[in-house]
Unconditional design. Structure first.
Length: 162
């Protein structure tokens, strides 16, 4: 429950812990900027989860780097991080995930996009992944998903904005 943790904006002092969580979660550690992160922190002050709002050159914005410490999963931290980020974001939000996580993100209003619906950044990324898949003879099924967050509800999370 939320009683087990609270959400806050990251500070520069959190940069190493963010990187640690992201790498432990098997997520690409490039393009991590602590200024874009929201963190979940347990009652002892330990950072147990993170998510970033990552802008791309084509104007798209991604819900990225969602990671929760292995020992803290199943307590609602990922849900709280997603709900907070989608609340403070205005307009469209993309994410990229393993195919097996599609149903999880659908619960938050994200829909799977077809290749022709992808903005340039995600189109290039998916092309690169399919090229790598052919070389290594693996099939990483990835989805790009989208949600329109509408108007920002920053009043619900004023401490996470700015």
């Amino acid at each position: 429950s939320m009683a087990d943790f609270s959400l806050r904006k990251a500070t520069q002092a959190d940069a190493a812990r963010i990187r640690e969580l992201v790498i432990a979660g098997g997520i690409n550690p490039f393009g991590l900027d602590w200024r874009r992160f929201i963190l979940a922190e347990d009652v002892s002050g330990r950072v147990i989860g993170c998510v970033q709002r990552k802008p791309h050159r084509d104007g798209s914005v991604e819900l990225a780097s969602l990671a929760v410490d292995a020992g803290s999963r199943g307590k609602g931290a990922a849900r709280a991080l997603i709900e907070a980020l989608t609340a403070i974001h205005t307009g469209g939000l993309y994410l990229m995930c393993r195919g097996s996580l599609g149903d999880f993100y659908r619960k938050f209003g994200f829909q799977t996009l077809e290749p022709e619906e992808l903005p340039p950044f995600f189109r290039r990324t998916m092309q690169a992944i399919s090229w790598v898949n052919r070389i290594v003879k693996k099939r990483y099924k990835l989805l790009v998903m989208y949600r329109d967050c509408g108007e920002s509800e920053v009043d619900r999370y004023p401490h996470l904005v700015g």
